[in-house]
Ligand binder design. Structure first.
Ligand SMILES: Cc1cc2nc3c(=O)[nH]c(=O)nc-3n(C[C@H](O)[C@H](O)[C@H](O)COP(=O)(O)OP(=O)(O)OC[C@H]3O[C@@H](n4cnc5c(N)ncnc54)[C@H](O)[C@@H]3O)c2cc1C
Length: 361
């Protein structure tokens, strides 16, 4: 089951900031990396700056570091990304027995640092991509970069209930592809009314004995065809005009308490799991002014590569991908962005050398 609030930290986590997990104390407390400084306090220059330290950002860091580009990763105050709030990851290749999300991200980080990537646990709050070198600001430090890779991910939206937060990883999830497998022959519910919720419900019928689809309005927003498929499925039960008031259970999900929007009263559903499918928010705030987004707010690439609309700025992972949203696809995109950045820098640096030679003649 993913998304555990209290996994046991293991050795590769040394140095990682577990902001989203239960706080550690004393000697166990991980040390947060300080902002990289150049001593003069003016700015820090790097050939590549990577923003984000999830699977996409850290894979880009491994590749650019091994290409001798000496990347700086400005990894966010919640370093490690979404897998830091996940326990068992069973679908990342190379780990036949599964691995805890934080442990996996600790290994990613260790591998990037082994090749010389410098990782800063701070958020980029402002950028200027209008001229080169690109400029980025994080924790009061200015970074200047020949190329930038944006790998800031997308946050799953939650209902905002205390009981939901408490039971995350104990039956509450936001990813059916990741966690559906854990609910074989169990009763689950999906909260939401769009295509994602309908898709998650249909996907969960492969495992669950019953899928309750709960929506607060009197009609779903998803496409007609998906609605028809869900309505016709013998293991899906629709609950319209119902809002989740509380997720029931102490150690794990035992049910939900539902409020009614069309009549007075409440009802309770017995459940083993709850999937919240009310959307994702791509983390684009610092880049919105500069980088093109699609109609859903995700960063756009040119389609064939990871290039954004700004020459020298590349995009990887969930921040541009609302279709696959998996650690392995994000890591794959991080690799692509690193190779794109490396080749782009090579061409730029060759042009600069040529221009220098002409001027010197
Ligand atoms: C509950 C849950 C369970 C999951 N389980 C699985 C699973 O079992 N298997 C699987 O393959 N996938 C799973 N996923 C999906 C997987 O976690 C994501 O697809 C993957 O983490 C995306 O990687 P990413 O690097 O693109 O983004 P993220 O992992 O979201 O990382 C983004 C990083 O960018 C940082 N950031 C954001 N804004 C800024 C900023 N302004 N400045 C600096 N840094 C910034 C964040 O702090 C974060 O470190 C799960 C997701 C969830 C929510």
């Amino acid at each position: 089951m993913s998304d555990d609030a209290t996994p046991t930290p293991k050795s590769p986590l040394n140095g990682l900031k577990l902001t989203l997990l239960a706080p550690l104390s004393g000697d166990e407390a991980p040390v947060s990396a300080a902002p990289v400084t150049n001593g003069s306090g003016k700015h820090v220059a790097a050939r590549v700056v990577i923003v984000g330290s999830g699977p996409a950002g850290l894979t880009a860091a491994i590749y650019t570091a091994r290409a001798n580009l000496e990347p700086i990763v400005i990894g966010g105050v919640s370093g490690g990304g979404q897998l830091m709030i996940t326990s068992d990851v069973e679908n990342y290749p190379g780990f036949p027995d599964g691995i805890e999300g934080p442990e996996l991200m600790g290994l990613f980080r260790k591998q990037a640092e082994r090749f010389g990537a410098r990782i800063v646990d701070a958020d980029v709050n402002r950028v200027d991509l209008g001229s080169r070198p690109f400029r980025l600001w994080a924790a009061g430090v200015e970074y200047r970069a020949g190329a930038v890779i944006v790998a800031t991910g997308a946050e799953a939206l939650w209902l905002g209930l205390e009981s939901e937060t408490r039971l995350r990883g104990r039956g509450v999830s936001a990813c059916a592809t990741c966690d559906g497998f854990f609910f074989r022959d169990k009763q689950v519910a999906v909260a939401g009314g769009g295509d994602s919720a309908l898709e998650e419900a249909l996907f969960l019928t492969r495992f669950a004995s019953k899928v309750h689809l709960i929506h607060r309005r009197d009609a779903f927003r998803g496409s007609k065809i998906m609605q028809a498929r869900a309505a016709a499925h013998p293991r899906i039960e629709l609950h319209l005009n119902r809002t989740i008031q509380e997720v029931l259970g102490t150690e794990h999900v035992e049910g939900v308490r539902l409020g009614k929007t069309d009549e007075p009263g409440e009802e309770t559903l017995r459940l083993d799991g709850l999937f919240v499918a009310i959307g994702h928010r791509p983390n684009v705030a610092a880049f919105r002014e500069w980088l093109e987004t699609d109609e859903r707010g995700y960063l756009r690439t040119d389609g064939a590569t990871t290039a954004s609309n700004i020459d020298g700025v590349f995009v990887a992972g969930d921040v541009d991908d609302h279709r696959y949203r998996q650690a392995v696809t994000a890591a794959g995109e991080g690799c692509r962005a690193a190779i794109d950045a490396e080749r782009w820098l090579e061409v730029q640096e060759a042009h600069q050398a040529e221009a220098g030679a002409v001027t010197a003649r």
